[in-house]
Ligand binder design. Structure first.
Ligand SMILES: Cc1cc2nc3c(=O)[nH]c(=O)nc-3n(C[C@H](O)[C@H](O)[C@H](O)COP(=O)(O)OP(=O)(O)OC[C@H]3O[C@@H](n4cnc5c(N)ncnc54)[C@H](O)[C@@H]3O)c2cc1C
Ligand code: SF4
Length: 340
């Protein structure tokens, strides 16, 4: 049985106090919300912290409220299960809700939070092992070692982005509010990530995600397609988030984000440009199949899966293309149903 190492748990009474504690304890401290990613990683020696600053109990992080522009502000401590069971959310942001529903299992979704999901660690077959296993084969640069065991010539870690909700949020044009003892700032979700499996977050370690803002979804629909070996539990091996906007029966704008095929979710929305001006019906009735195949091929081109996850990496890239086709069709179907 793997045991948790010793640590001190601090229970702040507010986000502001949590921010002060993070500033006070610096590199010794890490934030913990549901603990479903961090605690197993501490057991396996992948992450170390002498102090955990708890966020899961803070009521101010569990608010879900409409914003003035018709969008939605979701506190970072809202659990994935709350998102999944919110019928109004599912109508407005079906791609985001599906992404949350496809995370892990019901028990982990009951504990896992939206904020923790955005910060979930990158994954790699060589790294996601016990400390003893990694010591036996030799540590790698993501933790305790100095070379990459998947791509030894690589100057950086190639572990893969593994959050399901991050690409869905990016496709919706979502932003996050970050709070630290230095102040508060709002950035697009896309600005949270670096293309580096080791240093995968672009925010400072002491910045707390307070909330995520989803813009108004009028005239938009969305979808999320996830590839994994088993129908539950597994992390994404390829993922595609699509959001489409239509003016009546005609597509006006499209966004595509692919994930689990690089160290950060990749915004490949330029690939969606040929969809602009297509009617939803022509896309769904098969008259624009060639165009859709072209869009999917362009969207999947930047995918660079490596042999460091389950299932063959070439197949994962192929499935990214298929995922784009499926997600575009699903978003278009929802828009057509709405316009009828
Ligand atoms: C068996 C298993 C299967 C899983 N499958 C999936 C999956 O399919 N898809 C998926 O996306 N995830 C999966 N996960 C990972 C995890 O359960 C989810 O990502 C969950 O949403 C993480 O949320 P949490 O609150 O538990 O995060 P925690 O474990 O508490 O924290 C995760 C990280 O986020 C940081 N953090 C937490 N909250 C904040 C905040 N408000 N501001 C700043 N930093 C913060 C922590 O410091 C830590 O680095 C799986 C985990 C397990 C154990
Ligand atoms: S990609 Fe390389 S450096 Fe990164 S976790 Fe895997 S083996 Fe380690």
């Amino acid at each position: 049985m793997l045991r948790l190492p010793r640590f001190r748990y601090l229970r702040p009474q507010s986000v502001a106090e949590a921010a002060d504690l993070m500033a006070e304890h610096g590199e010794q401290a890490m934030l913990v919300a549901g603990g479903t990613d961090l605690l197993p990683k501490m057991k396996r020696g992948q992450m170390e912290a002498e102090i955990l600053v708890g966020l899961g109990h803070l009521a101010e992080l569990r608010q879900l409220e409409r914003s003035d522009d018709g969008g939605l502000r979701i506190g970072a401590g809202v659990t994935l299960s709350q998102i999944v069971h919110d019928a109004a959310l599912a109508r407005l942001y079906p791609g985001y809700v599906r992404a949350a529903a496809l995370v892990s299992s019901p028990a982990l979704r009951n504990a896992g939070t939206i904020g923790g999901n955005l910060c979930v660690d990158t994954r790699c077959n060589f790294y996601d092992q016990s400390y003893e296993w990694r010591m036996a084969v030799g540590f790698c640069m993501k933790k305790d070692g100095d070379i990459c065991r998947v791509a030894p010539a690589s100057k950086r870690c190639r572990a893969i982005a593994s959050s399901d909700t991050a690409p869905a949020a990016m496709a919706l044009g979502a932003t996050v509010t970050l709070v630290s003892s230095a102040g508060r700032r709002e950035v697009p979700v896309s600005a949270l990530y670096e293309d580096d499996g080791q240093f995968y977050l672009a925010k400072a370690a002491d910045e707390i995600i307070e909330s995520i803002q989803l813009p108004a979804a009028t005239d938009w629909s969305s979808s999320y397609v996830k590839v994994r070996r088993r129908g539950s539990i597994d992390f994404p091996l390829a993922g595609v988030a699509v959001a489409l906007k239509a003016a009546g029966p005609v597509i006006e704008e499209g966004r595509i984000v692919i994930t689990a095929v690089a160290s950060r979710p990749l915004d490949v929305s330029e690939a969606a440009e040929p969809l602009v001006g297509c009617t939803l019906a022509s896309l769904l009735e098969g008259q624009r199949d060639e165009l859709l195949t072209g869009v999917a091929a362009s969207a999947a081109r930047p995918a660079k899966p490596l042999d460091n996850a389950d299932l063959h990496y070439v197949w994962r890239k192929q499935m990214t293309r298929r995922g784009v086709e499926q997600a575009v069709r699903e978003a278009a179907t929802a828009l057509l149903a709405r316009s009828a």
